[in-house]
Write a protein that binds this ligand. Structure first.
Ligand code: ATP
Ligand code: MG
Length: 478
């Protein structure tokens, strides 16, 4: 890292030393990425890296491209999706794991594969203060496996089943359904190579998506065979691809040497056309891999989970073997994959653990949310009661009543700015509460409140004392 001290003027007009970061020597972080930075006075105890600000610091600071806020209108939908996936995972015996958001870069490079799009182009990699290369997690499997090994979980009885929900980070071109910070729900089933485990994770994904009533889903499935099967297949594929080279995109030219299977997965239409008649990996499977695949397919038939064979489905992460699957929807436009996964029997060993077979998937929650939004009516968080407290005594009693109701678990709102009954009722309406509890000085002195149904306008008098217990016994239609 090269630092260049410069003298600049502070706001008070005094001369100050500033440090400008002119170049990183860490792979993947280039100077051009910092071209819109200004010099700032740097207090000694801070590293200058943290003080690079946008050029015009009078502008309001905007969110980062491809990184979205999930606003209060959207959070009820997100919560419903998260609650649904969590409920399904728990019902299949998966336990929640919370893994860190950043890890050593080496973890992802070694597990996902250095010749994959994610590692080559999409990772958010940055130097720690001591120069260690760190990366914001682009997916959840690597961290889960790292944790599984680090905590010696393989010494506990197997199988073990985990699920996670959380943000992932990939530097991609933002568009509908493709973000730089996005969220995944994923499951990892460690400890058995039985094809029924593959069936279980696929069925779990299928069932929970069906429970969310997502439309027009297709499950595509393929077998990637063992690493020996792939090694035996690659020369056939390479020789086919070299005949088609002129028709392939630039990326695929590179992939032909580094990762030829990825050419089959390329989304560029000319590449897709050129590889239409490519030799199929499923024609080069060993007997064991073939049997495994057949048993997975039989299991899916037994459970009534419909599938389509897709011999081109190879997935963008190197750790997959045998079963590979993806669920797509025609409702998503270009980014049509909702979730994907497969078996990764060699990954625990690759990352320094014992040999433990595993299978899992990851589901993109933004894409689920997009589809859910299109097909279901909007959800909103509802507050049942509004406390309309006015007048000196009314306000005092109202504050205590609010606290009592909330402690009893009754959702209650109030606008402390409103001073008249009319203003309160307007706010209660805006907040879409069902009832207003009217509490003025008269009610306070009588020890009562008026409960007003905001839809029918019907009113009833109830005692202030013990109101929480009375309201708790009432049930309301959803
Ligand atoms: P894609 O082909 O859409 O790039 P992928 O093969 O890179 O997907 P995986 O790494 O298997 O995706 O991730 C599983 C799921 O996570 C995807 O099916 C998708 O729903 C979601 N996902 C992946 N990348 C993004 C992103 N940048 N923004 C939003 N969701 C994403
Ligand atoms: Mg991708």
């Amino acid at each position: 890292m090269v630092r260049r001290p410069r003298t600049i003027r502070s706001h008070a007009g005094r001369r100050k030393k500033a440090w400008r970061l002119s170049r990183y020597d860490i792979r993947g972080v280039q100077e051009s990425q910092h071209s819109s930075c200004v010099d700032l006075p740097v207090p000694r105890r801070y590293s200058p890296d943290f003080l690079l600000l946008p050029l015009n610091n009078m502008d309001s600071i905007k969110g980062i491209k491809g990184v979205k806020d999930i606003l209060p209108e959207e959070t009820p939908r997100w919560r419903l999706i998260e609650d649904t996936v969590r409920r399904w995972a728990l019902s299949y015996g998966y336990q929640e794991i919370r893994i860190p958001i950043f890890e050593l870069t080496a973890l992802f490079a070694r597990s996902i594969g250095s010749a994959t799009d994610i590692v080559e182009k999409e990772m958010y990699t940055f130097p720690d203060r001591d120069g260690t290369s760190l990366t914001l997690r682009p997916e959840g499997t690597a961290g889960t496996v790292r944790s599984f090994i680090e905590h010696n979980r393989a010494a506990d009885p197997l199988p073990q089943k985990y699920f996670y929900i959380g943000p992932m980070f990939r530097h991609e071109r933002p568009q509908a359904g493709r973000l730089r910070q996005f969220h995944q729900f994923g499951v990892e089933f460690f400890g058995t190579s039985d094809p029924r485990a593959d069936v279980e994770v696929i069925a779990l994904l299928w069932r929970l998506l069906s429970d969310l009533a997502l439309p027009d889903l297709t499950l595509e499935i393929n077998s990637l065979g063992s690493s020996d099967d792939r090694a035996a297949y690659k020369p056939f594929l390479r020789s086919f691809l070299s005949q088609q080279q002129a028709l392939l995109c630039e990326n695929c030219h590179r992939r032909m040497d580094t990762n030829p299977l990825r050419v089959l997965d390329c989304k560029v239409p000319s590449c897709r056309a050129a590889t239409e008649s490519a030799p199929r990996l499923t024609d080069h499977l060993s007997t064991e891999a073939r049997q495994h695949f057949d048993q997975v397919l039989c299991g899916l038939v037994a459970l009534g989970v419909p599938y389509q064979l897709n011999p081109r489905l190879v997935r963008g992460l190197d750790y997959y073997c045998l079963t590979s699957f993806e669920i797509t929807s025609t409702h998503l436009g270009a980014q049509n994959a909702v979730g994907a996964g497969g078996r990764y029997d060699g990954l625990v060993k690759t990352l320094g653990g014992p040999s433990v077979p595993a299978v899992g998937f990851a589901l993109g929650l933004e894409r689920v949310s997009l589809m859910f939004q299109k097909t279901s009516s909007p959800l909103r968080d509802e507050c049942l009661y509004y406390v309309a407290a006015f007048g000196e005594e009314g306000k005092k009693c109202g504050l205590v009543l609010l606290d009592e109701l909330r402690r009893a678990g009754i959702s209650t709102q109030c606008d402390y700015r409103a001073t008249t009954l009319k203003a309160h009722l307007r706010q209660a309406d805006r907040a879409k509460c069902r009832y207003a509890i009217l509490l003025g000085d008269d009610e306070a002195s009588l020890g009562s409140v008026i409960l007003r149904n905001l839809e029918s306008k019907a009113q009833e008098v109830l005692p202030l004392e013990g109101l929480a217990s009375i309201l708790k016994t009432r049930t309301f239609p959803a």
